[in-house]
Design a protein around this ligand. Structure first.
Ligand SMILES: Nc1ncnc2c1ncn2[C@@H]1O[C@H](COP(=O)(O)OP(=O)(O)OP(=O)(O)O)[C@@H](O)[C@H]1O
Ligand SMILES: O=C(O)C1=C[C@@H](O)[C@@H](O)[C@H](O)C1
Length: 287
């Protein structure tokens, strides 16, 4: 085997209930790069070696960790979530960030990894206002009515445990909302505004009332409005306990573009930043 074109991950330890989602089998990549099924008993010492051999990917990329394979990302995610779970102690995670920053997409991945439930605050408000969409609530009742419902939804969620909560883009604006969100751990997904504008232009602005009235082509209109919203809100997002900067992740992975990072890679960094916060609070892990 060409040692240069191989990356190996080793995991040893006892399986715990919940590991491998209760399945008695796991996957390992064979030396040829094909996944192989591996049988495991319910609780036993396991040693898993995952060797990835991709001849067309330069060894320098594999060795620098600049390329993450989906299976590898899944294992890192699970490992990280198991590491922080005892220190989270059931506290909820609130994901904050601009419209389109991936709070729902990344939040769902985090909730699965942590075996937490997931709640989208906008959806909760829609359910509580007779199933009206956020856009319709703005139209029918106005923004301040929506903001009051948002505060009420956060108050209710602050009494829950083991939830990842994707908040609305403007939830950071009211100090009372922070009082509720600080019952848990808050994470800011900091995504460059041009990446947000690309994502939003791709799906349209119909469901996003604060962007809907802007003139011009979809990308430019979204970019202009998002830039001015970010100028007003940047300092509020920075109240979060942990910041996940897509530009920093791209730099770590040696990528030039922060807009093509996988949601799983972003979720891993989010858990990493939560871990840093937990280590720093109240004297850290020594509680
Ligand atoms: N890492 C990513 N790379 C590319 N596209 C992404 C990524 N994460 C999310 N998206 C896409 O961006 C759009 C917005 O994502 P998502 O709904 O998760 O964001 P959000 O922060 O919850 O948005 P909002 O606050 O407006 O509801 C979706 O179309 C989603 O598929
Ligand atoms: O950024 C905002 O102010 C908003 C974001 C959405 O998630 C919705 O909560 C609503 O459209 C307002």
């Amino acid at each position: 085997m060409d040692a240069k074109a191989v990356q190996t991950l080793n995991f040893s330890g006892f399986t715990r209930p919940g590991n491998f989602e209760g399945r008695r089998t796991g996957f390992s990549l064979s030396r040829t790069g094909k996944p192989e099924m591996v049988r495991m008993s319910r609780r036993k010492m396991v040693h898993m070696e995952i060797a990835c051999s991709y001849n067309n990917i330069p060894a320098s990329i594999l060795e620098s960790g600049g390329h993450k394979f989906p299976l590898e990302e899944e294992l890192i995610l699970k490992n990280k979530s198991q590491q922080i779970q005892p220190y989270l102690n059931g506290r909820c995670i609130y994901v904050v960030g601009m419209m389109g920053s991936g709070k729902t997409t990344v939040g769902k991945i985090m909730s699965q990894a942590l075996s937490y439930s997931f709640c989208d605050c906008d959806t909760l408000i829609e359910e509580e206002v007779d199933g009206n969409s956020v856009a319709d609530i703005f139209k029918l009742y106005g923004e301040s009515f929506f903001r009051d419902r948002e505060t009420e939804a956060l108050r209710k969620m602050s009494m829950m445990h083991k939830f990842v909560i994707s908040t609305g883009g403007g939830a950071v604006l009211r100090p009372i909302n922070w009082k509720y969100m600080h019952k848990g751990v808050s994470v800011w997904l900091d995504v460059p505004v041009d990446a947000l504008a690309k994502r939003i232009a791709a799906v349209g602005t119909n469901s996003r009332p604060l962007l809907h009235d802007e003139a011009g082509d979809a990308y430019t209109a979204a970019l202009m409005r998002l830039s001015s919203l970010f100028e007003e809100r940047g300092e509020f997002y920075a109240n979060a306990n942990a910041r996940v900067s897509l530009e920093n992740i791209a730099a770590k992975l040696g990528r030039s573009d922060a807009s093509d990072l996988s949601p799983t890679a972003i979720a891993i960094e989010a858990l990493e930043q939560v871990d840093n916060f937990l280590k720093a609070e109240d004297g850290g892990y020594a509680r």
